[in-house]
Design a protein around this ligand. Structure first.
Ligand SMILES: Nc1nc2c(ncn2[C@@H]2O[C@H](COP(=O)(O)OP(=O)(O)OP(=O)(O)O)[C@@H](O)[C@H]2O)c(=O)[nH]1
Length: 613
């Protein structure tokens, strides 16, 4: 078995850098595992025990090896090659990171489930790879499945890529069938990297992760020159310099090496403690005699979606801050700043790349730090021009200007939806309801169609994906990318309890949806807020104009009424119990609102879309 002990500076002609792109669950990780096994990087015996159980191993080793990049030895016709397999994050929120990972490769294996065919993320990733001139190796996976239809889907794939159906390789990542041949084809088809060995060093960061024991581990691909340990390096976007503690390759554990040359992929450890100092897309060079021009394409991750996060129990606020700070060490895209809400108390306004990013973050905070959280309705970033020509960036409904507004701009996206043809009607209806505009429609095969829409991001982030899934019984897949901004008729709807606005419920919506949002919230709150000793009007308003109203009727609740004639200790107990309950109430003006009402009112579970069904 070939090994890499001390191997450094492999000649570029021997190197092949590739990634595997696929729709979720089409078998990327399983194929990666099989490659580790077939190339002998992981022993047969260790394979079963360790590599299929990635989470455990990650925990054990304390370093994320989730195939961020793995170096595999492979011989074709008697000559040795080094394959770097680079993993790409799968989801649309992390598109920028996917694109940087693709930039580190010359080729991509496009993996498609032979029982399902092309899905939205298959296409999104394929277009991104084609944009970067990567060589595409089309592969059908799961050919062992009884439901596999390789004939149909090779034709579909060939049609999209513009190759012959016979060029589409067939594998089973599960059984290993066809994987050796696939590796041979990677060597034959994917071009070797090119770069200038004598030039000042330039390497691109395509991923960086925080490791509790070692600090930030930065994954790089060297483009020109070489990176060697014990030299100081410079991050070109900030000019910050760092000492290099270790340079290495991953095969499959991190192994220190003497350096990385042109076309090589590996990792750096500098001892920095925060991934924001080692940003994806940045160029690394040597501090002395370094390069002057960075590689193209560095972009700061920009939050697209904002939401307030509040602890259900106000005393957890310091813990929430600590948990957010900890998460930020490993997530350069997460931003947060303290905010106070009259209704929810102290919390943080957080910025996310997208809704999935929000959900993952919230989930991790709750799971890893044991916090109970309320998140306010997510909103996108609006550009508002007031009547006196001032321009504001609004990331929070409470920052919406009070005076007259000249115009409002909101971000829009280009969406791709792939679905069986049976659902075209219902998808179109849904998209139109969300202010979508049809850009085009193509048939992938007789019974499957691709629909392209432009749609405001603000409409997608609520419950669009859930609505799409439930209307198509889970068959449709969605992908979207940002695509500039458009002017829209947007208004802020306030929800008032007894004439007082509850900031947590304010939302920025399209003028046409304002009435729907207002009535929905008012009805929900009437059901959720218990009756008080006085009448409580619930109103929805745009500025001072009320657009919906509900009323909670008054009651006089005498908890002791039932205890007539009972003994005094029982009465005391009841009063104590009532006092406990009150602690969990939030006072909005004179109205007592149970914490659960906020949680329930802010959840989108009962959105209008679902109610319709
Ligand atoms: N029958 C069969 N099942 C497979 C094959 N390859 C993968 N699977 C199964 O498909 C499911 C998804 O596989 P993964 O490798 O986790 O897919 P993935 O694309 O990495 O998914 P994410 O990591 O969630 O994006 C798993 O249950 C695998 O066991 C195959 O060749 N045949």
């Amino acid at each position: 078995m070939a090994t890499f002990a001390d191997t450094t500076f492999t000649a570029p002609e021997q190197i092949r850098n590739f990634c595997i792109i696929a729709h979720i669950d089409h078998g990327k990780s399983t194929l990666a595992d099989r490659m580790l096994q077939i190339t002998g990087v992981v022993e047969e015996r260790a394979m079963r025990a360790q590599y299929l159980d990635r989470m455990d191993i990650e925990r054990e080793r304390g370093i994320t090896i989730k195939a961020q990049n793995v170096r595999l030895p492979w011989q074709v016709d008697g000559s040795d090659h080094v394959l770097h397999m680079i993993d790409t994050p799968g989801h649309v929120d992390f598109t920028y990171e996917v694109s940087r990972a693709l930039d580190a490769c010359e080729g991509a294996i496009l993996l498609v489930d032979a029982a399902q065919g092309i899905e939205a993320q298959t296409l999104a990733n394929l277009y991104m790879a084609l944009d970067r001139d990567l060589h595409i190796v089309p592969v059908l996976n799961k050919i062992d499945l009884p439901a596999a239809d390789p004939e149909k889907y090779s034709a579909e794939l060939a049609n999209i890529i513009g190759c012959e159906p016979t060029d589409v390789l067939r594998v089973s990542a599960k059984t290993g069938v066809g994987v050796k041949e696939l590796l041979d084809e990677v060597v034959k088809q994917v071009p070797a990297p090119v770069g200038q060995a004598d030039a000042p060093s330039r390497a691109m960061i395509f991923d960086s992760v925080y490791d509790t024991y070692r600090g930030v581990v930065t994954y790089i691909r060297v483009v020109d020159g070489k990176i060697t340990p014990r030299e100081r390096i410079k991050m070109m976007s900030t000019g910050a310099t760092h000492e290099l503690l270790e340079v290495g390759i991953i095969s499959p554990e991190p192994k220190p090496c003497k350096g990385l040359g042109v076309g090589e992929v590996g990792y750096l450890i500098t001892g920095v403690k925060d991934v924001r100092q080692s940003k994806v897309g940045d160029t690394v060079t040597a501090e002395r005699k370094g390069a002057t021009d960075p590689l193209a394409g560095f972009r700061e991750p920009q939050p697209m979606v904002y939401s307030g996060l509040y602890p259900v129990d106000g005393s957890d606020y310091p813990d929430l801050r600590e948990a957010l700070e900890k998460l930020q060490l490993n997530d350069a895209a997460l931003t947060f700043e303290p905010e106070t809400s009259a209704a929810l108390g102290f919390g943080f306004r957080c910025g996310f790349l997208g809704l999935l990013h929000l959900e993952i973050t919230r989930d991790r905070l709750e799971r890893e730090s044991g916090l109970d959280l309320i998140s306010t309705a997510p909103n996108v970033v609006y550009r508002v021009i007031t009547d006196d020509r001032k321009e504001l960036t609004v990331t929070n409904p409470s920052d919406w200007p009070v005076g007259k507004i000249d115009s409002v701009f909101e971000p829009v996206t280009k969406c791709t939806i792939i679905s069986p043809t049976d659902y075209i009607g219902t998808i179109m209806e849904l998209c139109q309801g969300k202010r979508g505009q049809l850009l085009g429609m193509d048939y992938l095969s007789e019974d499957r169609v691709e629909l392209r829409y432009t749609m405001p991001l603000g409409e997608i982030i609520f419950d669009f994906f859930d609505a799409l899934k439930s209307r198509t019984r889970g068959y449709a897949s969605l992908d979207y990318e940002e695509s500039g901004e458009q002017e829209s008729e947007l208004v802020k709807v306030d929800i008032l309890l007894q004439g007082e606005a509850v900031d947590a419920f304010s939302a920025i919506v399209h003028r046409e949806s304002a009435y729907g949002y207002g009535t929905r919230m008012a009805t929900k709150l009437r059901e959720l807020i218990p009756r008080q000793q006085f009448e409580v009007p619930i109103q929805a308003a745009i500025g001072s104009r009320v657009i919906a109203r509900e009323t909670i009727r008054a009651i006089r609740k005498d908890v002791l009424a039932k205890c007539y004639g009972g003994d005094i200790t029982r009465k005391r107990k009841l009063l104590e119990k009532q006092k406990e309950g009150k602690k969990r109430m939030k006072m909005v003006g004179r109205v007592e609102v149970p914490q659960e009402a906020f949680v329930a009112a802010l959840s989108t579970d009962e959105s209008s879309d679902k109610k319709k069904k």
